[in-house]
Design a protein around this ligand. Structure first.
Ligand SMILES: NC(=O)c1ccc[n+]([C@@H]2O[C@H](COP(=O)([O-])OP(=O)(O)OC[C@H]3O[C@@H](n4cnc5c(N)ncnc54)[C@H](O)[C@@H]3O)[C@@H](O)[C@H]2O)c1
Length: 263
């Protein structure tokens, strides 16, 4: 991607979870280059520091802080750090996640609890941590990265992940309905398969490429293709959008049969 130097997010102080790599890193980069000040957080500290440094090298304002989304005290510390370094948080992207387990009948209680802990309790902790500042200032935007897998459609695996993502979308709607009159908006992004490290690490790319061949756009997404939607939702351009879910899945939930595979 070429050089970006915009102003769509000027005046935004953002916290992003899971920003060391993948989609979170891409959102952090675009946010910073569009004028936001960005606190990147993750549990991969070395990589997180490198990602923040690379954004600074491109002219963005970004710092990194360790944050495990399952730790309430880590969330408190991140909100305080953002206020101290940049100003009160008014933009939060809930993005971190843990890879899901198997299909429901094979999901152990331990896997279920761990999946829900990172993928649903984590977003809940984050939203609850940023809301007091946002409500006090009547200035807040929450962007939750959910998935099309769970809220919109289902694959025959990772039941815990699907349940957590559907729950995250419910939290977004809850916030939109409950705090809209206090100047707070919340929206969910529902991506389809994205070419990020998790797919590569899990050896998933060949599987996903096969699935992607059957979706209308015939390929998986690059991280920036999802991150630009998060830029729109994080900016004042989306000022009348709340409680919405944005599908960024190449049309995969639109079709009931694989397309482009008839031959
Ligand atoms: N890649 C896809 O195909 C795909 C599809 C749909 C939705 N998504 C969603 O996109 C988001 C980003 O995923 P990605 O593909 O970039 O994955 P990724 O694994 O490359 O990045 C996720 C990041 O979350 C961090 N993380 C994991 N556990 C954490 C914890 N307990 N506390 C804090 N950080 C933690 C990881 O260290 C990592 O940096 C996720 O919410 C995921 O569900 C991804």
């Amino acid at each position: 991607m070429g050089r970006i130097s915009g102003s769509r997010l000027e005046g935004k102080q953002a916290i992003i979870s899971g920003a060391a790599r993948g989609l979170g890193a891409s959102i952090a980069r675009l946010y910073a280059l569009e004028g936001a000040t960005v606190l990147l957080t993750d549990i991969l500290d070395e990589l997180g520091e490198q990602t923040a440094a690379a954004i600074r090298d491109e002219g963005g304002q970004a710092i990194y802080q360790h944050l495990d989304v399952t730790s309430e005290s880590d969330w408190t510390a991140a909100v305080e750090r953002c206020a101290a370094e940049f100003g009160p948080v008014n933009l939060f992207v809930s993005n971190a996640f843990r890879f899901g387990g198997p299909a429901l009948a094979d999901t152990t209680t331990d896997e279920w609890r761990k999946g829900l802990e990172v993928n649903l309790t984590g977003p809940f902790f984050g939203m609850r941590a940023v809301l007091p500042t946002m409500r006090a200032n009547r200035d807040g935007i929450i962007v939750a990265i959910a998935s099309s897998d769970g809220p919109d459609a289902s694959l025959p695996t990772h039941a815990d992940y699907q349940a957590a993502k559907a729950g995250t979308t419910a939290l977004v709607r809850h916030i939109a309905v409950t705090y809209g009159r206090e100047g707070i908006r919340a929206n969910a992004v529902h991506p389809g398969p994205i070419r990020t490290p998790v797919l590569i690490v899990q050896g998933f790319v060949p599987v996903v490429e096969k699935v992607a061949a059957g979706v209308p756009l015939g390929r998986i997404a690059e991280p920036e293709e999802v991150a630009w939607v998060a830029v729109f939702l994080g900016s004042d351009e989306s000022s009348y959008v709340t409680g919405a879910r944005y599908l960024v899945e190449g049309g995969s939930t639109v079709t009931i049969a694989p397309v482009g595979t008839a031959d």
